[in-house]
Each structure stands twice: as structure tokens, then as C-alpha cells.
Design a protein around this ligand. Structure first.
Ligand code: FAD
Length: 409
């Protein structure tokens, strides 16, 4: 049977203690917008020596590059740092952070996983060192910008952000919206369409990723959006007003590599990366619900004795088992060097996100009026869970992806 290793289970215990001691007391202030998540993310990294591990991993990468190995932009375990090197460990981190505060996990994952991960997967060695390393060590915060006000589900076709070639560089214009960490990020991975000829169909222009920095002339960001959930993760816009950059900001520094593939890799990662977040939320909601069902009485009996409440607990348990199994299947496949198809990744995200929203809402229901109160963690979980059915591709887009693969075979 596949399970977390003893080492990963130990890491999980230590992380849980850190989350209970350090993260939980700060959640109310983060949820009210009185405290940003970033210092706490840095504290997490420093407690667990993440920065040192990343730097050591980079030093090895540079040494190998100096010997003429692995200097190009390609996936490599060694290059991707400690979390990517151990997917089980990164799952454990996502589970534990999500058990306490999914919004905090979203801010953490968008910076390290999406922004840092995109540069690590496709950047040159110089780009990795300049842009990814400070993000992976938490010195800087990253944001990953694909979505636009007019292009979410249809992100590639509907994209209006353009990069015009000028001299040996590019001039970028456009707006990105709903971007996690955008209001406070230092490093931005943004996607733009390269304008080749004025008369070409804008839907089919080649898309490339660029790495921008706060301080680049013409780049600005909006205020954090006021949203339904994920309050501990600031979300906002990136405005690009004729931002002139050199070729060194084109991710990979080569136009010929089809950059849609790079973005698709991140979509795939976002979809598979959702399972541990879902598991963290579901586990917490189930535990809180069981505890509550034993102590809350109605008509002189604990509500856990009523079969309608038992059905809720049993469904939560069933979803937890299924999500855990889906996650373990993913981890097992990664261990074998196998990659899930896009339909598999979509099916996993679709199931996990729907199940998690159901579980969190049922936990609220089981707790009655208390469940609707901020004081009870399931209230935050229910609002946060809903995002999982929207971000990283909506439920409907996952369904289309699955159906497309089924009908093509
Ligand atoms: C809190 C939060 C954080 C986010 N973080 C990031 C981030 O860091 N980076 C980033 O790039 N993006 C981010 N996003 C954006 C997110 O990925 C998009 O919101 C999502 O992809 C949906 O796009 P949309 O909002 O434009 O919805 P739309 O595309 O406008 O969809 C509206 C509705 O139409 C449905 N729909 C669309 N097309 C079809 C179709 N062909 N068939 C059937 N139904 C369809 C959708 O499923 C949805 O129900 C974030 C969003 C939120 C809310």
C-alpha cells in the first residue's frame, strides 16, 4: 500500500505543531486583512531551513553547469529545489497549511510553486539564479499572471496582453487580473502574445512568458480585491503600460520554444497540486465535525446519534478516503516517473474541488448557527473551498478537458 514515508510523516508532525503554534494565532488578523502572510511565510522557511536547502541545491546546480551539464532550461529534480524534489513532502506542507488556513497556503503555493516553479522549469540558469532563487528562499514574493479581465477560461485565445518586439527586446502592454500575491509581489511571471504581423489573427499569436520585477518602468499593481474567501491571500491586478524589457526577461531567452507548453505545464501542476489542499481542508472539517457531533446535544441526545448527521459524517469520510487515494495515486505515479494525462489531472481536480466544497458546507450545516460564525473554522473553510472550483480552471473546464480526451480516443 502506498503511504507517506516515515520521514514525511515526521515532517508532517513537526509542521502540524508549527501551524498550531505559529500560524493559527495569526489567522484571524490575516483574514481581516490586518496582517499580510509574507513575514509568516518567511518564518516558516527559516524554521525549517528552506532557504539554506534551496541555496545548497542551487550551488550544486551551478557547479554542474560550470562542468557543462544541465545549463539549459529543462526540468531536472536537482534544479527544482527540495520541495519539487520530494513531491510527498510538498504535499505534506500543502495539507498542513491548508488544515489551518487555505488562504495562507494559496499565497505560499502561488509564490513558490507557480511563479518560482515556472522560472525553474523553463528559465535559463541566469534567470533561475536572478528571479527564482530569491522567490524560493522567500527573500522575494512571486506572482504568476495568466488570467486577464477578458480571458480566464479562454486564457490563451482571449489573451490581449502583447509583447511587441523592439530593438533586441520587447515592449509589454496589457492587464492581468485575479492574480494571487500581485498587490505585494516583487517578481511577476506574466504571459503575453508576441506581435509578429499586424494582420495576423490575434487568437493564434504565439504566447511567451516574461519575468518582470516591481520597479520596472510601466509596471504597476492594484489594491487587493475584496473577495468571498481566501482572505489570507491577497489577489489583484497587474498593469503593464509599455514596459520595455530586454531579451533576458523572456523566459528561456528563446522565442522558438512554444511557450504555451510552459503555461500548460503550470496548469497541469495547478490541477494536480490542488489535491493536497483539498485533503487538508476535508480532514480538518471532518475532525471538527466529529468532535462537535459528540458534544452538541439536541432533544437530550448528542447530534451524532441522529442518522441524518451520521450520513454527513460518513460522506465526509468517504470523500476524505477518495481524495487521499487520488493524491497517493499521483504521488505513486510521480515516483515511477509517470505523468498523469491532462484528463486524469482534470478528473482529480474536479472531484477533489467539488467534494471539498460539499464537505466544508456540510460541516457548517452540521454545526448549525455555530458553523456560520467566524469563531468556528469551518466557516472560513467553506468560503475558501469554493475557490478550488474556480481557480486553476473551473469545474466546467475540467469537464470539457475530460470529455475532449474521451471523445478523441
Ligand atoms: C482568488 C483567486 C485567485 C486566483 N489566482 C490566480 C493567479 O494567481 N494567476 C492567474 O493567472 N489566475 C488566477 N485566478 C484566476 C482563475 O484562474 C480564473 O478566475 C478562472 O480560470 C476562471 O476564469 P474567469 O474568472 O475569467 O471565468 P470565465 O472564464 O469568465 O467563466 C465564467 C463561467 O463560464 C464558464 N465557462 C467558460 N467557458 C466555458 C465553456 N466553454 N463551456 C462551459 N462553461 C464555460 C466557466 O466555467 C464559469 O462558470 C485566480 C482567481 C481567483 C478567484
Amino acid at each position: 500500500m502506498f503511504d507517506f514515508s516515515d520521514e514525511q510523516k515526521m515532517a508532517q508532525q513537526v509542521l502540524r505543531q508549527w501551524c498550531e503554534k505559529e500560524l493559527a494565532p495569526k489567522v484571524p488578523a490575516m483574514e481581516k486583512g490586518e496582517l499580510l502572510p509574507y513575514d509568516l511565510m518567511r518564518a516558516l522557511a527559516s524554521t525549517f531551513g528552506l532557504a539554506e536547502m534551496m541555496k545548497a541545491s542551487f550551488a550544486r546546480l551551478e557547479a554542474r553547469a560550470a562542468k557543462g551539464e544541465a545549463a539549459g532550461p529543462k526540468d531536472d529534480d536537482e534544479e527544482s529545489g527540495v520541495l519539487a524534489k520530494d513531491p510527498g513532502l510538498s504535499a505534506v506542507v500543502a495539507i498542513e497549511l491548508s488544515r489551518q488556513c487555505p488562504g495562507f497556503m494559496l499565497a505560499f503555493g502561488a509564490s513558490l510553486g507557480l511563479a518560482g516553479g515556472a522560472v525553474m522549469a523553463r528559465g535559463t540558469l541566469a534567470q533561475k539564479k536572478r528571479f527564482a532563487l530569491p522567490v524560493l528562499t522567500l527573500e522575494k514574493i512571486g506572482a504568476w499572471g495568466m488570467t486577464e479581465p477578458g480571458a480566464g477560461s479562454d486564457a490563451f485565445g482571449g489573451m490581449r496582453t502583447v509583447a511587441r518586439r523592439e530593438n533586441d527586446g520587447y515592449v509589454l502592454s496589457g492587464t492581468k487580473s485575479f492574480i494571487t500575491n500581485a498587490p505585494f509581489a516583487d517578481v511577476f511571471v506574466v504571459y503575453a502574445k508576441i506581435v509578429d504581423k499586424a494582420d495576423e489573427d490575434p487568437r493564434h499569436r504565439p504566447i511567451h512568458a516574461f519575468v518582470l520585477e516591481r520597479g520596472d518602468k510601466g509596471l504597476s499593481t492594484g489594491k487587493p480585491f475584496d473577495k468571498m474567501g481566501m482572505h489570507s491571500s491577497p489577489t489583484g491586478e497587474i498593469f503593464l503600460d509599455e514596459v520595455c524589457v530586454g531579451r533576458d526577461r523572456l523566459l528561456g531567452e528563446k522565442e522558438k520554444e512554444p511557450s504555451r507548453e510552459g503555461a500548460r505545464d503550470v496548469f497541469h501542476g495547478e490541477r494536480t497540486g490542488m489535491a493536497p489542499m483539498c485533503l487538508g481542508i476535508v480532514e480538518r472539517c471532518l475532525e471538527e465535525s466529529v468532535k462537535y457531533a459528540k458534544v452538541r446535544t439536541a432533544w437530550g441526545r448528542p447530534i451524532g446519534e441522529y442518522q441524518l448527521m451520521q450520513e454527513k459524517l460518513a460522506r465526509m469520510y468517504m470523500h476524505r478516503e477518495n481524495i487521499r487515494n487520488l493524491l497517493f495515486k499521483q504521488l505513486w505515479m510521480q515516483k515511477q516517473g509517470q505523468r498523469q494525462s491532462m484528463a486524469e489531472a482534470s478528473a482529480c481536480k474536479l472531484y477533489c474541488a467539488r467534494a471539498t466544497t460539499e464537505v466544508a458546507l456540510e460541516a457548517v450545516q452540521l454545526m448549525g448557527g455555530n458553523g456560520y460564525m467566524r469563531e468556528y473554522v469551518v466557516e472560513m473553510m467553506a468560503r475558501d473551498a469554493k475557490l478550488l472550483q474556480i481557480g486553476g480552471g473551473t469545474d466546467e473546464i475540467q469537464i470539457l478537458t475530460i470529455a475532449r480526451q474521451l471523445l478523441a480516443s
